[in-house]
Design a binder for this molecule. Structure first.
Ligand code: ATP
Ligand code: MG
Length: 454
């Protein structure tokens, strides 16, 4: 028989498992937690959109649109693109779903994004982003809100100390026009040193030369004029309001006058949180104000500001999350005990305990496995116990064991584990009375002890 070849995982994609999965989950859970603290609501948007959504919002000449998009024709002949980022899709939804009525709107999203790039450490073709946006707020307080959110997220992930917030202003339209003219004059004078890509940028968007990663461009980019000399009084006042807000909120920042964002739609504020721990892929979270974007999608003038963070890069930086704990393992001795044990196991889980039971194995194997899993307790069930409607509970740390009425097992263990400061799944006191165990309702004391049938 011909050998069947297993298809390969596609280059630049990931199968996220084990410790890596726990890192991802920690990043996402922390993001959701902090988003709630800042009163942002979650939206979920499609993974693909009409190609025009990204082409028009991001700009035809950006790297993302010109080189990195996964675009394809579907069976109906429409040109679709897998989202390379979230902002454009959210802006599209804002218009097509009538979300203007909710402005100013603070929203978050997260999920997969797709870019055809050369895979390397911290750079994938299918990667994952956290995204936060405020639509309909032209005030500098929106910048402060989003940056404070980002800063608290990074702190709660335990990496606040190793990332730096780099901040710049791109000014208003008048500022940008004047600065742009000065940049064109500067780069014209250094044309001979520029890369081919930057010669193209010089025609279409000279600001982007400042953002070039090509080492040939760096000398000319680094000696280019700063925006500061061109800031209008309004643009300067706006930037000052942003920085004093950040100072008041206790968010540390440094000015990086070379910082521009790769996409066409940015105005006023641009920012990146960077670390030196990830080599060339040091930007973990980046964004800015994009007041022109909604108009490019055919909507009315609408203020917008947002950021996106790379989940993979954050996941690499955080401390290794603890392996999930197992509260109790059920150990049946013999076949009939195995069936009976299903009922005990179900009861333990309904009480909010993390309970497991192996599919097979003798008592010795099962106990070894319980220890390997790091379980706190074992509930042992033999024929004697079943006959007496009891279970044996073994404390796997001290080795002590005790026989107990079966119907009290879940409650007793729950109380124990709760007292030890575990039990995140255990409902608060007020919700614990009355309680149901083995199909029977009981009253429980605040301590969790069952006192009587209801
Ligand atoms: P880079 O300069 O690293 O290419 P970018 O400017 O293209 O980043 P953004 O469009 O600002 O990135 O996306 C926001 C964040 O998403 C980045 O700061 C990064 O953390 C993450 N990111 C972007 N592209 C990738 C990728 N291909 N793989 C993994 N993470 C990515
Ligand atoms: Mg990129």
């Amino acid at each position: 028989m011909a050998r069947i070849e297993t298809p390969n995982r596609i280059r630049g994609t990931q199968d996220i498992f084990g410790e890596n999965q726990r890192r991802f989950a920690t990043v996402l859970a922390t993001f959701e937690h902090v988003a709630r603290l800042f009163c942002f609501q979650r939206v979920d948007i499609p993974v693909f959109e009409s190609t025009a959504v990204f082409a028009r919002s991001l700009g035809e000449t950006t790297d993302v649109v010109s080189k990195e998009m996964y675009s394809f024709e579907d069976r109906g002949g429409d040109s679709l693109t897998l989202r390379p980022e979230f902002t454009a899709g959210i802006a599209r939804a804002y218009l097509t779903e009538g979300w203007q009525q909710f402005a100013p709107l603070k929203i978050v999203s997260s999920g997969a994004a797709f870019r055809y790039e050369r895979p390397q450490k911290g750079r994938f073709r299918q990667f994952h982003q956290l995204d936060a946006e405020i639509l309909g707020a032209p005030e500098p307080a929106a910048e402060v809100e989003l940056l404070t959110f980002a800063s608290q997220l990074l702190s709660e992930l335990g990496i606040g100390e190793e990332v730096t917030l780099q901040l710049n202003t791109l000014g208003d339209a008048a500022t940008r026009d004047a600065w742009r003219d000065a940049l064109v004059a500067h780069f014209e004078a250094h044309k001979a040193e520029l890369s081919e890509d930057s010669l193209m940028r010089l025609e279409k968007n000279p600001l982007r030369i400042l953002d070039s990663k090509d080492p040939r461009d760096r000398p000319a980019a680094d000696s280019a004029p700063d925006i500061d000399a061109f800031l209008t009084p309004e643009a300067r006042e706006f930037f000052d309001a942003v920085t004093s807000g950040l100072d008041a909120a206790g968010v540390a920042w440094t000015r990086n006058p070379r910082l521009v964002r790769g996409l066409d739609y940015y105005r006023h504020t641009a920012f990146e949180f960077v670390t030196d721990r990830l080599g060339a892929q040091g930007t973990v979270l980046a964004g800015g104000r994009y007041d022109g974007l909604i108009e490019q999608l055919g909507g009315p003038p609408t203020a917008g500001i947002g950021w996106a963070a790379g989940v993979e890069r954050l996941a690499m930086l955080i401390a290794e999350p603890e392996a999930p704990r197992v509260d109790v393992v059920v150990v049946p001795m013999g076949e009939s005990a195995g069936i009976h044990a299903q009922g005990v196991l179900a009861e333990l889980r309904k009480s909010g305990l993390r309970a497991d039971m192996a599919f097979r194995g003798n008592m010795k194997k099962r106990m070894a496995r319980a220890n390997a899993e790091g379980a706190r307790f074992a509930v042992i069930l033999g024929d004697d116990e079943i006959a007496a409607d009891q279970v044996t509970i073994k404390d796997l740390r001290s080795g002590e064991q005790e026989k107990l009425l079966a119907k009290l097992a879940a409650n007793t263990l729950e109380e124990f584990i709760w007292d030890e400061g575990f039990g995140d799944a255990i409902p608060p006191l007020a919700e614990r009375m009355p309680r149901k165990l083995a199909g029977q309702v009981y009253w429980a004391l605040p301590s969790g002890k069952i006192v009587d049938r209801l």
